[in-house]
Design a binder for this molecule. Structure first.
Ligand code: FES
Length: 154
């Protein structure tokens, strides 16, 4: 819990004790431990003086709530309408082939998890995805092997 409080305080220092700090805080927690627990949500709600339901709504919108062990790198492919129309299915298929897992699964070496998320605000640059906190835009199926290669060799 001390780690979570430290993350919250760092983000509040940077963004203020305001609602706009919510997403950076949630991203910080996900970066540290890959998912957000109920206790974490209560802690965030208290720190920002907003309701736990509000925190839950935002965390669930971004699919940050998976209470399961995820890989070191969590790939979140945007499944919302614009990315869908711009070919997100081809991106997903390329990722599934490259990683040899299905959406919602983690590779045996626990290096990658493949998840879907709602809109991450990069619609004009879709199809888009996040790997942990790093955004990837204008994706094509051809770019996927090279992106995954980079992470395999980190
Ligand atoms: S619809 Fe994919 S980033 Fe907005």
């Amino acid at each position: 819990m001390a780690e979570i409080e430290m993350i919250i305080n760092q983000k509040i220092e940077r963004y203020g004790r305001e609602r706009k700090a919510l997403l950076p805080i949630l991203q910080g927690i996900v970066a540290a431990k890959n998912y957000i627990s109920q206790d974490d949500m209560v802690c965030v709600a208290r720190a920002l003086d907003i309701s736990a339901a509000d925190v839950y709504g935002t965390a669930s919108f971004y699919s940050f709530l998976e209470n399961k062990v995820l890989g070191k790198y969590v790939i979140r492919v945007c499944r919302s309408i614009t990315c869908d129309m711009k070919g997100k299915n081809k991106i997903l298929k390329a990722l599934e082939e490259e990683l040899r897992i299905q959406l919602g699964e983690t590779t045996h070496d626990r290096l990658f998890s493949l998840e879907a998320t709602n809109c991450i605000g990069l619609c004009d640059m879709g199809p888009a995805m996040l790997i942990n906190e790093k955004p990837y835009t204008h994706l094509t199926a051809e770019r996927i092997p090279e992106i995954i290669f980079e992470y395999r060799n980190k």
